[in-house]
Design a protein around this ligand. Sequence first.
Ligand SMILES: Nc1nc2c(ncn2[C@@H]2O[C@H](COP(=O)(O)OP(=O)(O)O)[C@@H](O)[C@H]2O)c(=O)[nH]1
Ligand SMILES: Nc1ncnc2c1ncn2[C@@H]1O[C@H](COP(=O)(O)OP(=O)(O)O)[C@@H](O)[C@H]1O
Length: 212
Amino acid sequence: MHFTTIARRGLMLVLSSPSGAGKTTLSRRLLAEDEGLVMSVSATTRKPRPGEIDGRDYLFVDEPRFVQMIGEGAFLEHAKVFGNYYGTPRSFVESELSIGRDVLFDIDWQGTQQLAQAMGEDLVRVFILPPSMQELAERLRKRAQDSAAVVQMRMSKAADELSHWAEYDYVFVNDDVEVSLARLKAILLAERLKRFRQHGLTQFVRHLLEGH
Ligand SMILES: Nc1nc2c(ncn2[C@@H]2O[C@H](COP(=O)(O)OP(=O)(O)O)[C@@H](O)[C@H]2O)c(=O)[nH]1
Ligand SMILES: Nc1ncnc2c1ncn2[C@@H]1O[C@H](COP(=O)(O)OP(=O)(O)O)[C@@H](O)[C@H]1O
């Protein structure tokens, strides 16, 4: 079966949630199962966790370098979260969008607000809720990569992150990973078909009208 390709601009799929609700898990699955999607790798001054790889999970940089990158205009947005800097490198995102590839972001509400201002309709914002605060704490503990004190701090920030749910286009509860994944795929499919993203439509329809 031949599939007609219509040129379109890529979209920016933003996932936000309180820490531990499942963004990383869902992002990895979605990236593995969707060829048209690539991850925006953020720069951070946070120390790598066991198993994290520089350049795949984050670009791990020190604070002087991060501040230098801010000065160079290298970030689409940046924020300080849990005492560390996080930022979205600009050039990667812009080149991917222009060739019609979609970019996935795992960023907090501050970053989402800044991206929305800078990038407007390119943004598709998804907020992921935990089933309960008890389950959120359980997931953070089970991840077992952060100390008890860090888990405590993330839980105390959860209410702050949660309070921004209404600034997002799509919101759902991450009970079951498979169900959540299906929801993300549905969102992505519908958003890809939005007319305004498909700049190749004018030419395609003109072609049709010419009898091709
Ligand atoms: N603004 C902004 N936030 C980011 C960026 N990258 C990650 N974050 C957020 O920083 C917070 C902490 O991330 P991390 O230390 O990896 O812990 P996580 O909560 O387990 O993902 C999360 O809320 C992320 O969404 C970024 O480039 N910009
Ligand atoms: N739907 C789910 N049901 C049960 N556990 C989950 C679910 N989604 C994620 N988890 C687990 O919860 C923990 C936190 O998930 P993670 O993806 O690291 O969250 P975040 O990136 O939002 O901080 C991980 O141990 C992960 O395996």
